[in-house]
Design a protein around this ligand. Structure first.
Ligand code: NAI
Length: 306
């Protein structure tokens, strides 16, 4: 199989490395900057013999080289600078993502699309619109990352192995994300048995602020290792038809009483893309948080289209 990554920046190039080194697929890295994706592809190719995989990695500026991809990941666009919210990237990235989606689908009409560019839910909606894809074949990555951050902070707090912590974060990728604390467990033991409410709230706040915390520390762009890992899990579940249940930004048609909006919900991901959306019985508070999350995405979809 072949995976195209549009945007060979920090998230895109790290994702290319993950996909090749996990031996999941051949990778085409595309960017508008000339020479850069070609250089990265050569560098990754030179590591093949050491990392012991035999995946082809191609760098290009030309969409014709992406043809026949099973998956297209869009990471093209600007990242945040310190003090910026994801929404500040709206108009610039909207133009970039819509153009990338249209060009990529023209060469890979059967591909499944994963959008990573921020503001995530809005960009996924615009890419869905631009490609005209059925909703099972286009989605955004955010929930897997936000959940991984929440799990990390829980693991750090309790001093346990991060892999033993399971949690899910729904909603939009932003300040209004909806971490489902009452479902979070350490190997099946609810964290509500292990931590007091104030501590859980502090970890939830750190999760909401997880992206900004890294932007502030680095001062030059945002996180990319964990975002690339999170995206590679989605790619893997699709390519290997694993049917993993992951939080994915999906186009909703009435689920959770939301329609014509993209927002993070639990989805089963397999070779057809989104195979089903799980509808949880949320508390009134969680429902209200999801609604508020959806409203902010809607406002930004309208702003992007002004
Ligand atoms: P970066 O600046 O390192 O890479 C972006 C790349 O896109 C650059 O190489 C740039 O040349 C390229 N690009 C710009 N316009 C293009 C076009 N028209 N066609 C093709 N390529 C184009 O940024 P980074 O750190 O890789 O982040 C990429 C995006 O992903 C940002 O919008 C960032 O906010 C978002 N992001 C989303 C996450 C999520 O959870 N959904 C997590 C991390 C980042």
């Amino acid at each position: 199989p072949r995976v195209t990554i549009v945007g060979a920046g920090r998230v895109g190039s790290t994702l290319a490395q993950r996909i090749a080194e996990k031996n999941l697929a051949d990778v085409v890295l595309l960017d508008i900057v000339e020479g850069m994706p070609q250089g990265l592809a050569l560098d990754l190719t030179e590591a093949k013999g050491i990392e012991l995989h035999n995946r082809q990695i191609i760098g290009t500026n030309n969409y014709a080289d992406t043809s026949g991809s099973q998956i297209v990941v869009i990471t093209a666009g600007l990242p945040r600078k310190p003090g910026m919210s994801r929404d500040d990237l709206l108009k610039t990235n909207a133009k970039i993502v819509v153009e990338a989606a249209k060009k990529a689908i023209a060469h890979s009409p059967n591909a499944i699309f994963i959008v990573v560019t921020n503001p995530l839910d809005v960009m996924t909606y615009l890419a869905w619109q631009a490609t005209g894809l059925p909703r099972d074949r286009i989605m955004g990555m955010a929930g897997v990352l936000d959940s991984a951050r929440f799990e990390t902070f829980i693991a750090l707090e309790l001093g346990v192995l991060p892999a033993d912590v399971k949690a899910m974060v729904l909603g939009s990728h932003g300040d209004l994300m909806v971490p489902l604390s009452r479902y979070a467990t350490v190997n099946g033991i609810p964290i509500t048995e292990l931590l007091d409410a104030a501590t859980i709230e502090r970890l939830v706040e750190r999760t909401r602020n997880g992206g900004a915390e890294i932007v502030e520390l680095m001062q030059t762009g945002g996180a990319f290792f964990a975002p690339a890992s999170a995206t590679s899990v989605m790619v893997e579940s699709i390519l290997l038809n694993q049917s993993r249940l992951l939080p994915v930004a999906a186009y909703l048609q009435g689920e959770y009483k939301l329609a014509d909006i993209v927002i993070g919900v639990p989805c089963r991901l397999g070779c057809g893309g989104i195979e089903s959306i799980l509808q949880l019985n949320l508390t009134d508070g969680e429902k209200a948080a999801l609604q508020a999350s959806a409203q902010s995405v809607r406002k930004n979809i309208d702003r992007a289209q002004e």
